[in-house]
Design a binder for this molecule. Structure first.
Ligand code: MG
Length: 261
């Protein structure tokens, strides 16, 4: 789940054993997303996906993290086509062939959070949507490569933005990635666009970052629907979202949700 920047949140470094718990939390998230990939098909409602995700978390000893978070009504964020992030699961929203669906899931496990997202193709999708998904996913990995000691957060942001804009797409600016730990959203913020290197913190070993490019086929502008949650592109162009939780170690970035297919 992405963060709407408000007040600055604290950066809290994690120990090796805390990162190990967070790895487990994120592997549960990844397992749930893999299960949903198998089940998400034309005719299935986003509410059913939500139920399956929550059940999966509880079967693995975790709690769904998004349910009730600032009042979010679901366990899973389900964002279809022009929806960017934070879509609310509904029995009335039935997946159709040709849709792209972003699913974002989080759990709390032994006091720590896991958070990751993927965008799925429902059946056969058109080439522009497929390319959008591919470039968004690639931009996530470009960002992760920069999550190393000695860099600044802006190195992650700039790497994501460069890759996205090189292909003619735009990054969402209104929502950002974030630190994660015993809170779902900790500092630092991890924007998907450059705000200037000096303005962002140095990356340190023990940081755990949820890096999450949200990429629009059209313009970067988004708006929030009247439900107070669902973010859509202003021009109604499709949007994609991929997210991993990543631990920074002296040896480099370690993707905690690396079981995602
Ligand atoms: Mg997140």
């Amino acid at each position: 789940m992405s963060n709407a920047p408000a007040t600055a949140k604290q950066i809290i470094l994690k120990t090796v054993s805390e990162i190990e718990i967070m790895r487990r939390a994120n592997q549960i998230v990844g397992g749930a997303l893999n299960m949903l990939r198998e089940k998400a098909a034309a005719g299935v409602s986003t509410w059913e996906l939500d139920r399956w995700a929550e059940e999966f978390a509880r079967q693995h000893g975790a709690e769904p993290a998004f349910k009730g978070y600032h009042g979010f009504p679901g366990s899973l964020c389900v964002s279809l086509n022009e929806q960017v992030v934070h879509g609310i699961p509904s029995q009335k929203v039935i997946l159709e062939e040709g849709d792209i669906l972003s699913i974002d899931f989080g759990v709390r496990y032994k006091g720590f959070y896991g958070d990751a997202a993927v965008t799925l193709a429902i059946g056969e999708i058109d080439a522009p949507k497929a390319k959008l998904m591919q470039i968004t996913r690639e931009s996530l990995y470009k960002g992760i490569e920069q999550a190393k000691v000695g860099n600044r957060i802006n190195d992650i942001s700039a790497a994501v933005q460069d890759h996205v804009e090189k292909h003619g797409y735009s990054v969402v600016k209104q929502f950002v990635g974030h630190g994660i730990g015993t809170a779902l959203h900790e500092g630092p913020e991890v924007p998907n666009y450059s705000i200037g290197k000096k303005r962002t913190p140095r990356i340190m070993a023990g940081m755990v970052l949820a890096i999450e490019p949200m990429v629009n086929l059209g313009t970067f502008e988004v708006k929030v629907l009247k439900d107070g949650w669902t973010v859509i592109t202003k021009d109604k162009s499709p949007s994609a979202h991929f997210e991993h939780s990543v631990a920074v170690t002296e040896e480099g970035p370690v993707i905690l949700s690396d079981n995602i297919q």
